[in-house]
Design a protein around this ligand. Sequence first.
Ligand code: ZN
Length: 223
Amino acid sequence: MKEREASSRELSHPGKKGKAGAQAAEVSGQALGRMVEAFTRLPGIGKKSAERLAFAILGMPPEEAFGIAQAILDLKNNSRYCTVCNNITEDEICGLCRDEKRDPSRICVVEEPSNILILEKTGIFRGRYHALMGSLSPLDGIGPEDLRIDGLMERLRAGGVKEVIIATNPTVKGETTALYLSKLIKPLGISVSRIAYGLPVGGDIEYADENTVLRALEGRREM
Ligand SMILES: [Zn+2]
């Protein structure tokens, strides 16, 4: 109870006391609680971090805090998946697919669009990408028809692709997916390679540092 009084003094106008002041503190407390709850929905954010973030926003100048709110709205309103590779983009076709300087004869297959960003940070791969939007997981009932494999095969059948580099995660699901794809792609006469690990087995590309991803990409082996 004492703690609550102390924080309400800080958050509401010092001149306002009595019922109105208490009401304001109650409202801001609810808003703060909602903000904390919202942050805990983010991956890797526990209650304590969420509280720290919520208080950081509370302490920001309004325009800075509104900028964050606007960035979330813009992200959700304007983002879509590239119709070719499933990368995140604001246009129908993403910048990587439109970039004429990139090598269209090589496609790197990843599980999630966020993996593209991580591979791009290494700067070593100059081909195109394809995000599957997940990985095969028979136990969870996720089969080939649940992934964007059709789109990949369509791109490959259109011709011009010489190599497919499979950069799915070094997990059971990732390996299952890689094996499935290699069996599907090889009959087309396209070389299939799997990135080397480097990456911790059972891990996720998402959490690997750039150097590890770079080594994994350089050390890829034909499947
Ligand atoms: Zn694209």
